[in-house]
Design a protein around this ligand. Sequence first.
Ligand code: ST9
Ligand code: ZN
Ligand code: ZN
Length: 319
Amino acid sequence: MDAVPDREGCEVVDRTGPDGAESRELNGAKRPRIVWRNVILMCLLHTGALYSLLLIPKAHLLTWIWSYICFMMTALGITAGAHRLWSHRSYKAKLPLRIFLAAANSMAFQNDIFEWSRDHRSHHKYSETDADPHNAQRGFFFSHVGWLFVHKHKDVIEKGKRLDLSDLLADPVVMFQRKYYKISVLVMCFLLPTLVPWYFWGESMWNSYFLAAILRYTVVLNLTWLVNSAAHMYGNRPYNKNINPRENRFVTFGAIGEGFHNFHHTFPFDYAASEFGLRFNTTTFFIDLMCWLGLASNRKRATPEMIMARKLRTGDGSA
Ligand code: ST9
Ligand code: ZN
Ligand code: ZN
């Protein structure tokens, strides 16, 4: 890629594709180029989610329960799947569990597992630098959702090339999901959540679409994004006061156990993503259950000695 000056004199990266289609990107955080398609779609989605709230009193009780089941499945596709299994390899999962988690991940519509894990490994390795896709140094809005509204900083792409992604490339479930991502999202994120209430208990498609698809999708997106924004800004740092990620109780509760973010950035290999194992951690409960069923194994854990030594050496002195 060659760096060339643009009209305003800023350095831009020429990313002209092999098909001749031009794709030019500002280099750096000062004036990133906005991807209006994403801005418009996210505005429409969030407007739809607000409208969905009006439908809650009109919906069947079973539709609420179904929406919650979809919420849990979606959340686990991110936490137990893309995050703790595929990004961090903090435990091993057998084929049936990997297939379930990949389907649940498509329900989350947060980019395919390969792309999600690649970005997340960049986030840990280059945390809060320009090579971190949602660099929290660029503010709450950028780390929450703004990073999806602009082209990536060139460092994300250049330094991201140094990541070892061979395990993801070698996993047929990850590659299959990437190949059929669009259709899998259509089915898992939109069609299945909408059709089940309509077919089984006669709910209107309108209600089930807005509650089990649109509202559930938007809530999971925002809870996930809060780990990148709020949990990088608000909370205490018992394990490492020299990094920004924090222990955030609100995020922990909403994001089914993913708010112990100071711990997680200090011990990213730990399958519980927390010192406290099962406490407020539905994801850890799920992984334990899968182990008990023989579908998962090799859970990695930071030892109490490692944790105590780290707290004494770099912690902020809080519990
Ligand atoms: C979404 C993702 O919401 C959310 C992720 C959140 C992560 C949270 C983590 C926190 C911990 C876990 C907690 C879970 C809690 C869960 C709670 C649940 C209750 N390395 O991207 P492109 C290369 S998505 C190496 O197009 P642009 C690569 O070659 C929502 N290389 O860049 C790539 O090509 P390909 C729905 C990299 O043009 C090429 O660059 N989706 C890397 O700058 C071009 O990549 C959306 O809203 C890297 N890291 O566009 C928008 N990155 O991929 C989807 C890139 O073909 N995204 N390369 O190999 C987009 O539209 C665009 O990506 C863009 C940037 C506009 C954002
Ligand atoms: Zn983080
Ligand atoms: Zn992580």
